[in-house]
Write a protein that binds this ligand. Structure first.
Ligand SMILES: Nc1ncnc2c1ncn2[C@@H]1O[C@H](COP(=O)(O)OP(=O)(O)OP(=O)(O)O)[C@@H](O)[C@H]1O
Ligand SMILES: [Mg+2]
Length: 391
């Protein structure tokens, strides 16, 4: 959209355009239709005043500097319409239709309360014009019924516009919320990418690189015993690099399935930290929420390896009627809440991001000390449906 197009698509600018467009319509309606002459002298002043006001608000919007706040402009609209109606046939004026526009305009501004107030003032102004019009029954014998039906229409239009405004405001809030959560998810995705890179760096640095460095030192020594040891170190390094690549490969889950992928990652964590692992996956879980379960389990296993000092870790995935549950329990030192909070404040967001990912799909995540010591992490997520593929 061009800069001008963008400026003119804001609600205030749209209203300014509608105001300007109304002027020729008002003029034609006043000239073409025969209407009673009572109190019409002021029309020739009211219309130019309305024209100046409409142009001024339009120019204000073009420069992105509105003439006045929206409620003031809405009140000015009403007063000018009342003046034009009053001077072009009073309650019978063709221009009375313009009263309908004001509640709709207020609705467009997404302000339900303003819409209700403006609608009520419009009804009041029209009633005032009707009541003070001299000898209305001489113009139309059914004047009272005519005016009454007009008032009913105005009330109906006001109520409808207020409801419309409520619906539009609700939608706008929902859209704003979606935009915020989208931003949060993008940030999480970036964090996750960062974490994956850090994990890869750690795996390569702590294991493979150390083995390779040791092998080089042994080779430098030049004797046959050292060469054999160096060969062992090189083999270990190759295995570790292979494992790191396997662990990080995005197709691990797809190719091996959830059970095998969890088993591979759990065994790797167990070997690194010296704990035994048991992995049980309910057979009917299939591929449900596979990616989410896998990545959260991987983080929990990494935590068990880094923080728990455990001798045994259990990983279980169960299928319940309404969802899937993941439990990772270790028999280590048990999570320290204060330490976990402090770690998060230092930018360690492993657990926080597990919780956010579970909540993003309507699930729940909890980590606590087990009843017999150690740490137990549980995640529950509802069954996947077609739209919910965010995890
Ligand atoms: N299984 C566990 N046993 C004991 N303490 C734990 C365990 N899991 C987590 N913690 C504690 O909770 C803290 C927060 O864990 P979290 O996964 O959020 O961050 P991290 O592992 O320190 O860093 P990151 O996951 O961002 O690499 C840890 O620093 C640790 O103190
Ligand atoms: Mg962690």
């Amino acid at each position: 959209m061009t800069a001008l197009g963008e400026r003119l698509s804001r609600p205030g600018a749209v209203l300014a355009v509608i105001r300007v467009a109304a002027l020729p319509v008002f003029l034609v309606a006043e000239r073409l239709v025969e209407h009673p002459a009572a109190r019409s002298a002021g029309f020739d002043f009211a219309l130019p005043a309305a024209a100046i006001y409409a142009m001024a608000t339009f120019l204000g919007e073009l420069r992105e500097r509105p003439l006045a706040p929206a409620p003031v402009l809405a009140a000015a609209d009403l007063l000018l319409i009342a003046a034009l109606v009053e001077t072009s046939g009073g309650p019978f004026s063709q221009l009375r239709h313009a009263f309908f526009l004001v509640p709709l305009s207020a609705a467009l501004l997404l302000r339900p309360a303003l819409t209700a107030v403006i609608s009520a003032i419009g009804v009041g102004l029209y009633t005032l014009i009707a009541v003070t019009y001299p000898d209305a029954t001489a113009v139309r014998p059914d004047a009272v019924a005519f005016e009454f039906s007009q008032v009913l229409f105005l009330i109906w239009m006001g109520a409808a516009s207020t409801l419309l405004s409520l619906v539009l405001t609700h939608r706008a809030d929902e859209i704003a919320e979606l935009a915020t959560s989208r931003g949060r998810l993008v940030a999480q995705a970036l964090d996750a990418e960062d974490q994956a890179r850090r994990r890869l760096a750690e795996a390569l640095h702590d294991e493979a690189l150390q083995n390779l460095l040791a092998a080089r030192q042994l080779l430098d020594a030049g004797d046959p015993d050292s060469a054999a040891l160096a060969r062992e170190g090189l083999d270990d390094g190759v295995t570790q690099i292979r494992q790191a690549v396997f662990d990080l490969h995005p197709y691990l889950l797809e190719q091996a399935g959830l059970r095998a992928a969890l088993q591979a990652v759990a065994e790797r964590a167990g070997r690194r930290a010296g704990f035994t692992v048991t992995v049980t996956v309910d057979p009917d879980v299939g591929g449900l929420r596979g990616q989410l379960l896998f990545s959260v389990a991987r983080e929990l296993l990494a935590n068990a390896a880094k923080h728990s000092g455990a001798g045994a870790v259990n990983v279980a995935v169960r299928h319940s009627e309404s969802g899937v549950e993941l439990i990772v329990a270790d028999d280590g030192r048990g999570i320290d809440r204060a330490a976990a909070r402090a770690a998060q404040a230092r930018g360690h967001i492993g657990l926080a991001s597990c919780a956010e990912r579970a909540e993003a799909v309507g699930g729940a995540f909890k980590v606590e000390r087990g009843s017999e010591g150690g740490t137990v992490a549980r995640m529950w997520v509802p069954l996947e449906d077609v739209q919910e593929d965010a995890a």
